[in-house]
Write a protein that binds this ligand. Structure first.
Ligand code: AMP
Length: 296
């Protein structure tokens, strides 16, 4: 695996069909599942590692975001990456960007409502990655379900010839969705964080028993979370998977998503609800505790 910092170098190294896995680094098994899928389906696998300042609206959040390039390099290589694209901010944004991509409607609710500018930052950086790297396929996690809808919409409407794949959420043994931010949780906060996934799973069970009303499903999540006042819930919503529009009833494939602050750490999680199969997709669980977090 080679580590490079410019698009020209990536294009020179990435031959044949190219799979791109965009990340902000501090890799865990969720990221690795995307890299492994890319490895199976592409001749060349490019992993990008860039903590994109444009998608953070809180300075403190950007400053606190965990970083460990040495560990990421070893993990990306072991998972099968050929090229690690790790640009400087000055390469990605040589000037204050004047071209900002806004994906209307898809960005309005949930994360877009609570993180001003977040999705413009993501759409802009992903468009730059698509234009600069020219991948055939790009791999994203359903962990960021609204982001996935946004990237798909952006790629289709700007005619990027890139297939966008969405892969299941990877969870810890106990259900906590893997996130680079989990490393910022202390033991007590981690046990509070477990309430996020377990509340979503309670709603999954109701969905699979026939419940289709958004307000009832969100109520189940809130009741469950209410037992633990330590989680400061920002939203609990159900949205159509294709375009992140909020729905009153789950009659198309949708996701039930939430965001909550636990201490200083903001976490998101979701489950996909499919009325056609009458089943909920809770993601996949690791079979042993993760060993990929934290400092060496
Ligand atoms: P990030 O580094 O947080 O920007 O995430 C990079 C990619 O990994 C995004 O497409 C995320 O949706 C995906 N991802 C993050 N956490 C998980 C997870 N637990 N399971 C699956 N994919 C994930």
């Amino acid at each position: 695996m080679k580590t490079v910092g410019t698009f020209a170098e990536v294009r020179e190294l990435a031959v044949g069909s190219v799979g791109l896995v965009p990340t902000m680094g501090f890799l865990h098994e969720g990221h690795l599942s995307l890299i492994e899928a890319a490895r199976e389906e592409s001749d060349s696998v490019v992993v990008s590692l860039f903590v994109n300042p444009l998608q953070f609206h809180e300075e403190a959040d950007l400053a606190a975001y965990p970083r460990n390039i040495d560990r990421d390099t070893a993990l990306a290589q072991a998972a099968g990456a050929d090229v690690l694209f790790s640009p400087d901010t000055s390469f990605m944004y040589p000037t204050e960007p004047r071209t900002i991509i806004e994906v209307r409607a898809v960005s309005d609710a949930m994360e877009g409502a609570h993180r001003p500018g977040h999705f413009e930052g993501i759409a802009t950086v992903v468009a730059k990655l698509f234009a600069g790297i020219q991948p055939d396929t790009a791999y994203f996690g359903r962990k960021d379900a609204q982001q996935l809808a946004l990237v798909r919409t952006m790629a289709a409407e700007l005619s990027f010839p890139v297939a966008v794949r969405g892969l299941p959420i990877v969870r810890e043994l106990d259900g906590l969705a893997l996130s680079s931010r989990n490393t910022l949780l202390n033991n007590h906060d981690r046990s509070v964080a477990l309430g996020l996934s377990s509340s979503l799973f309670a709603a999954c069970a109701a969905f699979e028993a026939g419940e289709r009303s958004t307000s009832v499903l969100c109520g189940i999540v809130l009741d469950h979370l209410g037992a633990d006042a330590a989680a400061d819930v920002e939203y609990v919503s159900v949205a159509r998977a294709s375009d992140a529009q909020l729905v009153d009833d789950v009659d198309v494939i949708s996701f039930l998503a939430l965001a909550a602050r636990i201490g200083d750490v903001r976490l998101i999680d979701n489950v996909f609800l499919d009325p056609n199969t009458e089943s909920a997709d809770r993601g996949v669980r690791l079979t042993k505790p993760t060993i990929l977090y934290g400092d060496d």
